[in-house]
Design a protein around this ligand. Structure first.
Ligand SMILES: Nc1ncnc2c1ncn2[C@@H]1O[C@H](COP(=O)(O)OP(=O)(O)OP(=O)(O)O)[C@@H](O)[C@H]1O
Ligand SMILES: [Mg+2]
Length: 285
């Protein structure tokens, strides 16, 4: 097909040899199938900030630091230079996350860099070599649902071990290749340690995936993976291969109740002592 304007610089630089066809044009980006030498790859072209939606929300940005202080100040001020820097940091967030996650053993497309707002990555395909369907578009047996769910819970754990929460995980951002689910679409991924919203975002990711698979394996609705995973993470006991049960029991709070009762008792005694002192001083007047 005719090379789209945004991909032309990559063709000029020899990073892309040919644009084969458009795969889809969504809210946040347009995705193309491209040829790089003898390899067929995927090119994701980000839309301008003005056309993007919720993923830009401040709750996703929290804890994201610019390594360059001049850049950080410009981003805060919102100048033109600042807005350009914000764009660059948005584009690099996804490619950075992909490199980090591939390294951590999470099933994501292999990235090949991000150039001028175009992310080059592995094209995920199915058993027949066709573009892989989204999880939402496949029908699953009971067994396949349990296996796919377990694989994704393991990948969510590995992501968290690598310090990230996806933040927009659902059956629409998972592709199905011959070996199971592959996670995509990560520009909004949040830093688990630095972002105060990480816990509820992890819970939302886990719950949306669980609700989807529970349509084929209803027993999954009674599981509490999000709470179990976060509790292990907070205790520093989360490891990439940790065995999960899907069960979670709130920690017994007897000790806390005792502590609260003690505080009340101390305050009461202090107040009684204060009144006594007042009485004593009145009597001695
Ligand atoms: N590596 C890939 N291999 C195959 N298909 C892909 C790949 N990356 C993206 N796609 C296809 O392009 C679609 C859009 O990609 P992605 O979800 O990353 O972009 P998006 O614009 O943020 O999408 P949306 O706003 O619809 O969530 C995916 O649903 C998938 O069908
Ligand atoms: Mg998407």
């Amino acid at each position: 097909m005719k090379t789209p304007k945004r991909i032309q610089p990559l063709v000029d630089d020899g990073l892309v040899d040919e644009v084969i066809r458009s795969l889809m044009s969504g809210k946040e980006a347009s995705v193309y199938i491209v040829r790089c030498g003898s390899e067929i790859r995927c090119a994701k072209v980000y839309k301008d900030a003005s056309q993007r939606s919720f993923k830009q929300a401040t709750q996703y940005q929290e804890g994201r630091k610019s390594r360059n202080s001049r850049r950080a100040r410009a981003m805060e001020k919102g100048s033109r230079f600042g807005r350009e820097q914000q764009e660059t940091s948005w584009h690099s967030a996804e490619v950075d996350a992909l490199y980090r996650l591939a390294e951590a053993g999470v099933r994501v497309p292999q990235p090949f860099g991000c150039f001028e707002g175009v992310l080059l990555m592995e094209l995920i395909t199915d058993v027949d070599g066709d573009v892989a369907p989204r999880l939402n578009d496949v029908s699953l047996s009971h067994e396949q649902a349990l296996a796919g769910h377990a694989q994704l819970m393991r990948d969510i754990v590995r992501m968290l071990c690598a310090g990230l929460v996806h933040g927009d995980l659902s059956e629409f951002n998972v592709l199905m290749d011959a070996s199971g689910p592959v996670i995509i679409d990560l520009p909004q991924a949040v830093d688990a340690a630095a972002n105060n919203h990480a816990q509820w975002m992890l819970a939302r990711d886990v719950e949306s995936i669980t609700a989807y698979y529970a349509q084929s394996a209803p027993e999954l609705s009674d599981t509490r993976y999000a709470q179990e995973i976060w509790a292990l993470y907070e205790k520093g006991e989360l490891t990439p291969d940790v065995a999960l049960s899907g069960r979670f029991v709130e920690e017994a709070t007897d000790a806390d109740v005792d502590a609260v009762l003690q505080v009340i008792q101390d305050a009461r005694e202090e107040e009684l002592a204060r009144r006594q002192r007042l009485l004593d001083s009145n009597e001695s007047d």
